[in-house]
Ligand binder design. Sequence first.
Ligand SMILES: Nc1ncnc2c1ncn2[C@@H]1O[C@H](COP(=O)(O)OP(=O)(O)OP(=O)(O)O)[C@@H](O)[C@H]1O
Length: 312
Amino acid sequence: MSHWARTAVIVANGRAGGAASVPVREVAETCRGLVGEVSVVRTGCPGHARTLAAKAARDGADVVVAVGGDGTAGEAAGGIVTAVEADPRLVGPALLCVPAGTGNSFYKEIWQDRPWHESIATALGGTRPHIRQLDLARVEETRDTVLLGACSGLVAEALDAAAGLTRLTGRVRYQEAVTTTLRDFVPHPARIVVDGEVVHDGSVILANVGGGRYRGGGFLLLPRSVLDDGLLDVCVVTGDLDPRELPGLTRNGRHLERSEVLYRRGRRIEIERTDGAPLTFEWDGEVQRGRTRYALDVLPAVLPVLSPTGRP
Ligand SMILES: Nc1ncnc2c1ncn2[C@@H]1O[C@H](COP(=O)(O)OP(=O)(O)OP(=O)(O)O)[C@@H](O)[C@H]1O
């Protein structure tokens, strides 16, 4: 049987948290049995996966296989989408993720708990691909694309703290960072605007926009999010909630039952800190500093992603 993909480029991040447990050689061998031509490129620095995926798109690859975690997946997604924006004649390669990171939230969104070699066999093994055209978000201030989500407050501050916990690795590192951040965490005053309507103006623990349902591997912040509905979801946890309750509540989405939490959908979400101080903000795990405001616009159906079925 001849399979559908002629060319695949494997973009591998050897610095991702789970890289040691997913040998790139094995990923390449699995792909070679299913795709005519497979090449492997390795990232040399942060941001490199974006450049490599954009080049693969310009070279006409059918598939980009991103071997790494959520950061690698987000960079590869951005590379594909910006290459196609720059040259609309290009047909963007489909993205296939192999979970070699720490949280691997994006892989789980698409493939749940399936082992990676099964996902590759399903994605590349048939005579036609199952592709979902996912939405991304674009940050107005920087023009960056966002795959998984963006968040102010607690999540962004915990990511910042995690960077300093070099003695720990993996999920334990992030859990410890959340615990440390919660010790003296102070909510920030912010205005949240959805499609031009102010939905909250006051104290905020976090405002998370996405994208993916999970952040940080296991926190179900956006339980109702659909990756290809043409809309962004936003969850605002107001300062009326005790922040120490949040890790427990977001394990299974129970925070949505609380009156201190707002959940909305829209095409454009604006988050602005209202006391003039810089807003601690992050997207796809990268902490940002210096600005008081960020606006995110949906880019509907721009990213082809290989999936178990065309739609969930
Ligand atoms: N050669 C490299 N040297 C240093 N950093 C790199 C290199 N290649 C990629 N990176 C960076 O490594 C970072 C971590 O990668 P990634 O997010 O994929 O793994 P992770 O953090 O372990 O997983 P997750 O995000 O799923 O928790 C990314 O920010 C990426 O830009």
